[in-house]
Design a protein around this ligand. Sequence first.
Ligand SMILES: C[S@@+](CC[C@H](N)C(=O)[O-])C[C@H]1O[C@@H](n2cnc3c(N)ncnc32)[C@H](O)[C@@H]1O
Length: 378
Amino acid sequence: MKKTKIKLFEAFAGIGSQYYALKRFKNIEVEVSGISEWDIKALNAYRAVHYPDIKDELIDPKIARKELESKDFSNDGVTKYDLNKLSDNQIVKLYNTDKIVKNYGSVQNLSKNLIKGNHKKVNIFVYSFPCQDLATGGKGLGMKKGSGTRSGLLWELENYLNQLNKLNITPDILLLENVRTIYSPTHRKDLNQWLDFLRSIGYNQNIELLLNALDYGLPQNRNRAFIISVNKRLVVDGNKLKSSIYDSKTPIDKVNINDFVKIGYDAAEEKEAWLNRTPSREEMWRINKKNLRLNPYLGTITCNLDRSNNAGMFKYRNSYRLLTMREAFSLMGFSTEVYMELKRLDYSYRQLNKLIGNSIAINVLEVIFKNILKFVSF
Ligand SMILES: C[S@@+](CC[C@H](N)C(=O)[O-])C[C@H]1O[C@@H](n2cnc3c(N)ncnc32)[C@H](O)[C@@H]1O
């Protein structure tokens, strides 16, 4: 039987949880039309997760530099990086990675690229924009249009989607993911302004969801906002789609924390888990009071697992320890193979922690996509 081809675009791609989840469906063929990501460390990780076997091709470093000139990159995820600081070898590597993962660069570069006429209509467009300014722990800078905040990068997509609309190639489905505070009274006005914009370009159904990884087979309390926007050219019963997603829950007593939290693979991992006991860590463990024996699931995997109030510090077999990165990837639904590929990048605990804390729980994405595929004919 001929498989349905699903074209995917990942804006704010990170390590590509979206592609990872969609690839699990055997009855479809997934084609990534492109991604938008500006963090070089995330791009390397995306390549390691999705294209581990593709080798670099030889290219003149001068040509590679010229090609990359029109895109913005960052090395710390915050500031723009000056590519002149990269050696010829590093520039060739970045050129290859950028090409292999089909990166369009920063979301701020998207419209610029579009003028070149190289964008195709996609079926699913996912945008999980930065949450720092919306999260409870952040500075509360918000996502107001024109605010210049990191969460405000959402509005960079307005121009892009407007242009796609003029060309009649708006995506069939848009999927937003972010922290649940996006629904709070503080951010509601900005969110509504965004949804009004989407309606103005033809997304007349915007299905708001609040989904917890705990309800979908992962022992992690991760409650996230997802909004599915359906283009009016598709006939979809949005209410049925929504209730079917909520009906697809897995009871938590069917999930065994010991399938996710276990150590002892090698000495380095043991070292990662059993931290030296310093007064500040003693304090964190005391505040967190997390005892897996009493409560068989962990808190949200954030980007700072070794800080106070975070899921990483917990009591395990009568002693206190830190969640390892292998465990963190597993609690987000990624396989051990993915973790092993990423390990080869030689990233620090903090760097891997940032990538996984930013990502999306695979099991939740799987349920969303399963139901989109069930209720939408592309
Ligand atoms: C919340 S994370 C999304 C992670 C992703 N969903 C995943 O599966 O890993 C936000 C991502 O947006 C990226 N980002 C930040 N500013 C960006 C920009 N101007 N253009 C493109 N990506 C950007 C960050 O580097 C980060 O990877």
